[in-house]
Design a protein around this ligand. Structure first.
Ligand SMILES: [Zn+2]
Ligand SMILES: [Zn+2]
Length: 1024
C-alpha cells in the first residue's frame, strides 16, 4: 500500500513540476552525511514536507530538492579511523595519500546517504532526489567560488591571524570539538617571574605555565578589582594579588613585609621592561616602537591562581589575542609550521617552542628575574590523535569582514518572518555581534580555497574557476579536468602574472558552513536562482541561528545585498521521554530507520506535530504516541468504514451534485467544517502545527464522531424508500466531511489519507493534486452554530448529572427539567430528548420551579477587599434580603442591587442542591435537572439497550457488516429479572440489531458456539 502511494506522489510531483503553477522557493538545509538520521531530524523533515504538501494543495509549485552536506571534519575523521590513521596525521597522510583519504570520505558520504534516503522514503518525503545538490561536487564548488569572488571584489576577503589549537606532531589545527576530546591531567612548568616597572623601582610578580610564551610576551594583565599587596622582599618591592598571596608565599617560601596596597585599576597603563629584551630581537623592536609592554587591567584575570597577575602573548592565546586586538597590540609570531621559533626569536630560533621552557627559566634566573620554577599538575588539552600537548598559536587564516556588511545583514534579517519572537531575538543578537568570519580551515576534505601565493614576489593570485586555473597554470599534472579537491588542485603550479614566478596554493579548505551557506546560489541554475530566491520558507533546528541561517544570510548579503529567504522557522530539539538529551553514550537515541520500521510513518509524523509547538523542545514518548495521536488516525479510519458500509448498502456514490436532502443538522456540521477550514489555514500560515492538529482532532472526534454521527444514526437505520433522499443527504454530508478531513490532514498524515481517499472515494490521483477547493463550502450559519452549541451544552450537563447519579447514558429516564436564562426554542426539544435519552423535557421559567434548593454564600474576604470600610454595612443589607431575591438578581442581572450598593455576582457562591430523587448539573445561567426515578418499564428498556449493544458486539465478532441483516439469534440468560425484561421485547431488540428473529431462553445453553458476556452483575450468552 505504501509503495503504491509513493508511486502516486512521484507522479503528482512530476505533474506539478511540469505545470505552470505559481513557483515557490525552498532550499533544503543539507544534513551532514556523517551519521544516521534520528528522530530530531525526522521532526524537521516532517515540517518541510508539510510545507511542500500544503503549498501544493494551495495550487502552487514548490522547488523541493534534497541537498546533502558532504565535506568537513567529522567525515574526514571517520575516514581516517577507517583507514587506520591513528598516530601522527602528517606522516601517515604522506604514506596513505590524500587521494585515498578523499576517496574514503566519498564512500562514507554515500553510505550514510543511503540511510537517509531510505528513512526519507518511508517517512514519505516529497523531495526530488534526482536534482539533489551535493556540496562536494565540482559544479557546486565552482559556484561556491563565485561567492568568494564577489567577496574579494568587494574587499571583504582578507588575511589575518587567528589563534588556533595546533598539534605540533600532526601539524594541523584542531577544531573546538577535537580539543574537547583530548583534555588530560598533565605536568607543566609553574613559573613565577619578576617584571620591572619602568617608572619605579618595583616588580610585578607574573605567573605562567608556559615559559616559552615569554618570547612572544606583549603585555601584563591584572584584575581591575583585585587588591594588590605591596611587599618588601629583601631589598625589592613586589606586587602580588591579595587573594593568592597566602598560596604564593607557601609555594615560593619568601620572607616579606607588607608595605601597602593598591587596586588593579591603579596599575593600568604602566609600562614594564620585557624580560627577554636582550635575547629576542622582536621584543626589542616592539619595545623601541613603544607598541607593547604595558599593564592592562582586565576582568578575565583569575585572581585565585598563581600571583593574580598574568602576561599576554597574542600569538599564543585566544584570550590574549582578543585583548591584544582591543588594545591595539601587534601580533608578534616568531613560530613556524613545525612549531619552532624563527629567526625573530633570536637566541631561541630553531627550538621546538616547548623545548625552550627550561632555557628561558635559566635565562630569567641569570638576569635576576626568576622567583620560582616548579611543576604543576593540571588539566590541559592534548591531541586526541597523537597524544601531544596542543599549542595555542596564531596562524594566518582567511576572513570575511563582517563589520562592513553587518548593518545591511541586520536590516535584511529584520525583514524576515520568524513566526516566534524568542528565536528571532536570539538570531538578531548574533548578527549584531558582527564578528569576523574565519572561512579557512587546515583540512583535507573540503572545498579548496582558490588562492595561490607566488614564491618569488609573495603576491596573491585569486583564481575563482577551473577556466582561470587552467589558463594560468604552468603545468596541469592531472589534465584540465582535474578534480577540484586536494590533493589534485595542489599539484598545479600557477605562473605568477606579476613576476612570472611559481605560485602555490594556500593549503586551506573552506569552512563547511560556507559550503551550505552558498546553497541558494550554488545549488541552482542562475535562472532558477533569480526566480525563486529569496526562498519563501526555510526551516531548521534552533542551533542553526549560529549555523546555516547565519551563513546563508551573510553569504546572501555579501553576494547581492539580500537575504536569501523571506521566512525562517527555527525548531526545537527532540529529547527522550524523561527530558534528557539523546546521545550515543546514553544509548537513548531514537534512530529514524529503526522507529520507522516499527511504527507507521503517519503516526510518527502526526505525533511530532501534535506533541509540541514547533519551537519547543519535544519529549519523545512512544507510549504517548500510541495514545491520542493513534486515536485520531483510528477514528478517521473508522468513520470512513462507517460511511462506506452504509453508503454501499444504499448504492450511494459520492459526488458534489448527489446531495440528497440536507437538514439543519447537516447545515450545522458543515458550518463547523467551514470554521475548521478557516482556523486550520490561519494556524498553518503562522506555522502553529501543533494547534492545527488540535483543531482538527477536536472537529474529527468531538464534532463529527461524537456529535454528528450519533444524531444521524437513527435516520440511517431507517432503510425505507421514503427516507432515501434523507439518507443520501447524510451520505453526501458525511462524505464531504471525510473528504475534507482527508485533504486537511493529508500534509501531516499522507499515507492514510491518500489510501482512504482512494479506497472510499475512488480517487485515482493523490490528494496533493486534488487541492483545497472543495472544502470551502461557505455555509457558515452563525445562528445555527450557536443553537447547536447550546444544545450540546445541555447534553453535556445531562451527561454529567448522569455520571453523578451513576446512570448509564443508554438507560432511558423519564424527565429532564431545564432552567435557562436564554429563551429556549421549542424546536430544540426533540433533539435534546433524543440525545439525552429522556422521555420528556420540561422548560421552567424560574429557578424555584425546579426541585432544588439554592444556597448562597458570600465571599467575605473578597467583599472586604471590594468594599473596605463599608463591607459590614453591605453584608447587613444582604442578610436582610430574601435568598430567592438574591438568586434571582444574580442569575438574571449578574449583580445584586442592595440599596445604594451594587454587588457583582462574583462575590457570591451559589450552590444548587437537588431534592431527593433528582440529580443536576449547572453552568452559569443554565441548570439541568434529571429525575432519577426509573419504573420497571424504564429499567427493562435499559436492559434491552444494554443487550442490544452486546448483540452488536457479537455481530461484529462474527464478522458481519453493520448493514447486514441476520436471520436469527438466540439469547440465554440465567437471571430472572433480566429474562423478564427481555421477554416479549424480541421485536424491539431485533430492529435495534438488524436481526430478523431473536429468541430468548432462560438458563444456561450448555453447548459451544455461544459468546458469554457480562452485563453488570449478570451474564448473557449470545449465538448468532
Ligand atoms: Zn596530533
Ligand atoms: Zn610573483
Amino acid at each position: 500500500m505504501q509503495r503504491g502511494q509513493r508511486e502516486k506522489w512521484k507522479k503528482a510531483r512530476a505533474l506539478i513540476e511540469n505545470s505552470d503553477r505559481e513557483t515557490v522557493g525552498f532550499i533544503e538545509g543539507p544534513p551532514t552525511m556523517n551519521g544516521e538520521p534520528h528522530i530530531g531530524h525526522i521532526r524537521g523533515r516532517v515540517i518541510k514536507d508539510i510545507f511542500y504538501r500544503m503549498e501544493s494543495l494551495k495550487g502552487r509549485k514548490v522547488f523541493f530538492r534534497a541537498g546533502w552536506d558532504t565535506q568537513g571534519l567529522p567525515v574526514e575523521l571517520e575516514a581516517e579511523r577507517e583507514l587506520g590513521i591513528t598516530g601522527n596525521k602528517y606522516q601517515v597522510l604522506n604514506q596513505v595519500g590524500e587521494d585515498t583519504l578523499v576517496k574514503k570520505c566519498k564512500e562514507l558520504v554515500h553510505k550514510y546517504n543511503e540511510s537517509w534516503v531510505k528513512a526519507d522514503t518511508v517517512l514519505g518525503m516529497m523531495f526530488n532526489y534526482d536534482l539533489a545538490y551535493w556540496t562536494y561536487k565540482d559544479e557546486y564548488i565552482e559556484k561556491e567560488w563565485d561567492i568568494l569572488r564577489t567577496a574579494n571584489a568587494k574587499g571583504l576577503l582578507y588575511e589575518d591571524y587567528r589563534v588556533v589549537a595546533y598539534c605540533p606532531s600532526c601539524q594541523t589545527s584542531l577544531s573546538n570539538s577535537e580539543v574537547a576530546l583530548g583534555y588530560k591531567e598533565v605536568i607543566d612548568p609553574s613559573l613565577f617571574y619578576k617584571v620591572k616597572l619602568i617608572d619605579q623601582d618595583s616588580y610585578l610578580i607574573v605567573w605562567t605555565t608556559m615559559p616559552f610564551t615569554i618570547v612572544t610576551d606583549e603585555a601584563v594583565a591584572v584584575n581591575p578589582d583585585e587588591i594588590y599587596k605591596k611587599l618588601k622582599v629583601g631589598n625589592e618591592i613586589w606586587f602580588v594579588g591579595s587573594t593568592s598571596l597566602e598560596s604564593f608565599v607557601k609555594v615560593t617560601g619568601i620572607e616579606y613585609v607588607i608595605l601597602g596596597e593598591l587596586k588593579g585599576t591603579e596599575l593600568d597603563g604602566k609600562r614594564y621592561m620585557p624580560p627577554l629584551l636582550e635575547e629576542v630581537p622582536g621584543q626589542k623592536n616592539m619595545f623601541n616602537d613603544g607598541a607593547a609592554h604595558k599593564v592592562f587591567a582586565e576582568q578575565f584575570v583569575d585572581v585565585t591562581t598563581g600571583s593574580g597577575i598574568v602576561h599576554l602573548s597574542p600569538a599564543n592565546g585566544e584570550e590574549d589575542f582578543e585583548v591584544g586586538k582591543k588594545r591595539n597590540l601587534p601580533v608578534f609570531n616568531p613560530i613556524d609550521d613545525q612549531v619552532r621559533f624563527t629567526e625573530q626569536a633570536g637566541k631561541y630560533r630553531g627550538l621546538f617552542v616547548r623545548d625552550a621552557d627550561d632555557i628561558i627559566a635559566e635565562d630569567l634566573k641569570r638576569k635576576g628575574l626568576l622567583v620560582k620554577y616548579g611543576k604543576i599538575k593540571h588539566s590541559y588539552p592534548t591531541c586526541w590523535r597523537s597524544g601531544h600537548k596542543l599549542i595555542y598559536m596564531a596562524r594566518k587564516e582567511y576572513f570575511y569582514d563582517i563589520g562592513q556588511i553587518g548593518e545591511s545583514a541586520l536590516s535584511e534579517a529584520s525583514k524576515v518572518e520568524y513566526y516566534y519572537e524568542q528565536p528571532k531575538n536570539r538570531f538578531l543578537d548574533i548578527i549584531r555581534e558582527k564578528k569576523p568570519w574565519c572561512i579557512s580551515r587546515e583540512r583535507v576534505w573540503g572545498t579548496p580555497l582558490p588562492v595561490w601565493v607566488c614564491k618569488n614576489c609573495g603576491k596573491r593570485i585569486y583564481l575563482f574557476s577551473r577556466r582561470e586555473i587552467v589558463d594560468n597554470a604552468k603545468s596541469l599534472p592531472d589534465g584540465q579536468n582535474f578534480e577540484l579537491h586536494k590533493p589534485w588542485i595542489d599539484r598545479i603550479i600557477i605562473k605568477c602574472p606579476y613576476c612570472g614566478g611559481d605560485a602555490y596554493r594556500e593549503p586551506f579548505v573552506l569552512d563547511t558552513w560556507h559550503n551550505s551557506g552558498a546553497a541558494p546560489y550554488a545549488s541552482l541554475k542562475n535562472e532558477e536562482y533569480n526566480k525563486i530566491i529569496p526562498a519563501e520558507f526555510l526551516t531548521e533546528a534552533i542551533d542553526q541561528t549560529r549555523g546555516w541561517a547565519y551563513t546563508l544570510l551573510i553569504e546572501g548579503v555579501l553576494f547581492n545585498g539580500k537575504s536569501p529567504y523571506r521566512s525562517f522557522l527555527f525548531t526545537g530539539h527532540v529529547v527522550d521521554e524523561k527530558g534528557e538529551k539523546m546521545s550515543k553514550s546514553k544509548g537513548n537515541v531514537v534512530y529514524a530507520n529503526e522507529i520507522l520500521s516499527k511504527y507507521p510513518a503517519d503516526l510518527i509524523r502526526l505525533y511530532l506535530m501534535w506533541k509540541a509547538s514547533p519551537i519547543d523542545t519535544l519529549n519523545f514518548d512512544i507510549k504517548e504516541m500510541t495514545g491520542r495521536p493513534y486515536q485520531i488516525l483510528n477514528t478517521l479510519n473508522n468513520l470512513h468504514t462507517y460511511y462506506s458500509i452504509n453508503a454501499k448498502y444504499d448504492n450511494y456514490k459520492w459526488s458534489e451534485e448527489n446531495r440528497g436532502e440536507i437538514s439543519e443538522k447537516e447545515k450545522w456540521i458543515l458550518s463547523e467544517l467551514d470554521e475548521l477550514f478557516k482556523s486550520y489555514m490561519e494556524l498553518y500560515e503562522k506555522r502553529k502545527m501543533n494547534e492545527m492538529v488540535r483543531v482538527l482532532d477536536r472537529f474529527l472526534i468531538e464534532e463529527v464522531s461524537q456529535k454528528y454521527v450519533p444524531i444521524i444514526r437513527n435516520e440511517l437505520w431507517d432503510d425505507t424508500p421514503e427516507m432515501s433522499a434523507r439518507r443520501n443527504g447524510i451520505y453526501w454530508t458525511l462524505g464531504k466531511l471525510l473528504r475534507s478531513l482527508d485533504i486537511l490532514l493529508h500534509p501531516i498524515a499522507p499515507y492514510l489519507t491518500d489510501s482512504l481517499f482512494e479506497q472510499v472515494f475512488d480517487a485515482k490521483e493523490s490528494i496533493i493534486i486534488h487541492g483545497f477547493e472543495e472544502i470551502d463550502v461557505r455555509l457558515v450559519d452563525v445562528a445555527l452554530v450557536n443553537k447547536y452549541s447550546f444544545i450540546w451544552n445541555i447534553i453535556s450537563l445531562s451527561n454529567s448529572a448522569r455520571m453523578k447519579a451513576k446512570l448509564k447514558r443508554r438507560w432511558p429516564l423519564n424527565t429532564m427539567l431545564i432552567y435557562s436564562e436564554k429563551n429556549v426554542d421549542k424546536s430544540y426539544l426533540e433533539l435534546i430528548k433524543q440525545l439525552s435519552n429522556v422521555k420528556e423535557v420540561k422548560l421552567v421559567n424560574a429557578l424555584n420551579e425546579l426541585p432544588i434548593e439554592v444556597k448562597i454564600s458570600l465571599r467575605r474576604g473578597e467583599l472586604g477587599r471590594a468594599f473596605k470600610r463599608e463591607a459590614s454595612d453591605v453584608e447587613k443589607t444582604i442578610q436582610s434580603m430574601q435568598n430567592k431575591e438574591l438568586v434571582y438578581q444574580i442569575v438574571k442581572n449578574g449583580q445584586v442591587n442592595a440599596g445604594k450598593y451594587i454587588i457583582p455576582a462574583g462575590l457570591f457562591d451559589i450552590f444548587y442542591i437537588p431534592r431527593e430523587g433528582y440529580e443536576l448539573a449547572a453552568d452559569k445561567n443554565l441548570v439541568v435537572v434529571l429525575s432519577l426515578e426509573r419504573d420497571e418499564k424504564l429499567v427493562n428498556e435499559g436492559y434491552v439497550r444494554d443487550v442490544a449493544r452486546r448483540v452488536q458486539y457479537a455481530r461484529k465478532e462474527r464478522g458481519y457488516n453493520p448493514t447486514d441483516i441476520i436471520e436469527s439469534a438466540d439469547l440465554y440468560v440465567e437471571d430472572k429479572e433480566l429474562y423478564d425484561a427481555l421477554f416479549n421485547k424480541e421485536d424491539v431488540l431485533g430492529s435495534l440489531t438488524r436481526v430478523k428473529k431473536i429468541t430468548t431462553h432462560f438458563g444456561n445453553p450448555n453447548t459451544n458456539g455461544f459468546l458469554k458476556m457480562d452485563l453488570d452483575d449478570k451474564v448473557i450468552y449470545i449465538k448468532i
